[in-house]
Design a protein around this ligand. Sequence first.
Ligand code: ACO
Length: 311
Amino acid sequence: DIKSLEDRFNEKIDKDIRIEPKDWMPENYRKTLIRQISQHAHSEIVGMLPEANWITRAPSLRRKAAALAKVQDEAGHGLYLYSACETLGIERDQLLQDLHSGKAKYSSIFNYPTLTWADMGAIGWLVDGAAIMNQVPLCRASYGPYARAMVRVCKEESFHQRQGFEIMLTLCRGSEEQKKMAQDALNRWWWPSLMMFGPQDKDSTHTEQSMRWGIKRFTNDELRQKFVDVSKPQADLLGITIPDKDLKWNEERGHYDFGEINWEEFFNVIKGNGPCNKQRVDARRNAYDNGAWVREAAAAHAEKKAKKQQA
Ligand code: ACO
């Protein structure tokens, strides 16, 4: 009966035994995973857009090759995650429809514009840095397919973070003008990067339950603090300044204190009113519509092949 199924599920969670697609799971566990994994997948796919803008503008062949590889990795992460999500019993097409209709969320960060080449550096360093901070613990998430997908994703994210930091380092060791570009990119990307970790714990609707289920292993505020703590020495090494006058080492806490995040801006962006929300969703919708003929052709081909095999 349902009670013993639930007991068995809870026992697995307590013992840190992975939940697999064919195992019984509470309906809300399934829904929470579909929500988080699909939002994560959408983020990878929408996340290709701000950077794709710079592939043709990258300053050298080497930079172009790295940018191309990185954007391709993100496509791969998205496909991986959609597959993991489908194991929960939802169709990919439904997930895409929810993105295109504005029902499903994707990370707030990808609704900001990439104005200069230095933004490619700042995104790799900060945005991918924040993504790793958030995703390494997800390698231990209780749902097997999600956790396993995260292992490879995190390895590739580390490469992205390093290529971004190296772009920043090159700019910071370059001319005055290049260093200014790096500082300007840091100024614009710092606060949105902190927002990636989600609302403060007191305002986070899902954290408590997701921690109990072993989906999340740290709270939003805990991960944000870790990110601030590792980023400050990196900014010092680059010789640029994090745009926060309240950022200082707190000996007692053993962490950096930092200033108030503009939560109004965050909630505005996730409601769809950020600087690039419309542009991003339009781009995805157009890509889907323009690809309709490919899907139709593939389906027709598969049907023809199946008929031939029968004959
Ligand atoms: N951007 C957009 N929406 C967000 C963000 C964000 N940065 N942070 C939180 N939200 C949304 C949540 O999705 C939730 O909305 P919903 O109930 O409509 O789904 C709401 O704000 C409340 O937040 P939480 O209760 O804290 O939600 P949750 O427990 O899901 O935590 C988090 C949010 C930390 C982003 C979690 O979902 C997560 O770890 N996801 C996987 C990682 C991920 O998606 N990364 C994407 C960016 S990294 C990259 O793609 C390179």
